[in-house]
Write a protein that binds this ligand. Structure first.
Ligand SMILES: O=C(O)CCC(=O)C(=O)O
Length: 251
């Protein structure tokens, strides 16, 4: 299976045509609105233009967490009880770079032969060389050290792909958003998944309003962390199985 081989050897795979054109335009519309709002209120932050916690910024952004193909590949490459560590946007405005354009990995721990986090990118525009398609160093997920800039840019490949494809990568893969030298924005959603016993960047079960959580199916609820909530009292600890906060079998 090429997808599997690419992921193991190079640290990254592209799953083609995961999102429909209709869904892409709805997601982009919700993301644009959230981005504008974010720029009005948070324009002085180091990650200016990045929308955090995308699931609370629109129905389609929320329900993306229920996507069966997303679940399938996260289960194959990480674990079927995985949870979301972070869900944000990566926008390259016209003629710009962004916070993700620095050479980096999305997981600080290197554990040989063991993956704690994987990254998923949903391009909402075609990714090409000119608009800053993600750069990555093939095989770098297998090494502890981050290469210097020269080595990275000399050997990096670029993820040229279509909007609606799904990029999935080992979070130890050394990568960087490119530079957008065009006059059009390049929009993308990025979701980092971790193992169910790890902590999330935000406490999503408390951060996401209940009425939104209730719109999700079992996959989306699991990804939010609803199966691994920690009791705050004995009363919560002894809740019956069906409504237990930390469910059994979570890996
Ligand atoms: O936007 C990109 O091309 C890369 C995003 C990124 O660096 C990340 O998800 O960590």
């Amino acid at each position: 299976m090429k997808t599997n081989e690419d992921f193991m050897k190079n640290g990254i795979s592209i799953i083609p045509s995961v999102l429909s054109i209709d869904l892409i335009s709805k997601l982009k519309c919700e993301l644009l609105q959230a981005t504008e709002k974010n720029l009005r209120s948070n324009s002085d932050r180091f990650d200016k233009g990045m929308v955090h916690n995308c699931m609370i910024h629109g129905e389609n952004l929320l329900k993306l967490l229920d996507h069966p193909i997303l679940y399938k590949y996260v289960s194959i490459f990480l674990d079927n009880s995985s949870i979301v560590y972070a869900y944000q946007s990566s926008t390259l405005f016209p003629k710009s770079k962004n916070y993700g354009s620095r050479i980096h990995v999305d997981c600080p721990r290197f554990i040989e032969n063991y993956i704690t986090n994987i990254g998923v990118i949903f391009p909402l525009d075609d990714f090409n060389i000119d608009n800053g398609a993600t750069l990555y160093l093939p095989g770098s997920h297998l090494k502890k050290n981050i290469p210097d800039e020269n080595t990275f840019y000399k050997n990096a490949k670029q993820v040229v792909c279509k909007k609606g494809d799904m990029i999935i990568f080992n979070a130890r893969l050394v990568h960087a958003a490119g530079e957008n030298i065009t006059n059009q924005g390049r929009y993308a959603l990025t979701i980092n998944f971790c193992r169910s016993y790890m902590r999330q960047r935000f406490d999503f079960p408390r951060l996401v309003p209940e009425e939104m959580i209730s719109q999700l199916g079992n996959i989306g609820k699991q990804f939010l962390g609803m199966n691994v909530r920690v009791p705050t009292s004995l009363k919560e600890f002894y809740l019956p199985e069906e409504i237990r906060l930390y469910k059994s079998g979570q890996g």
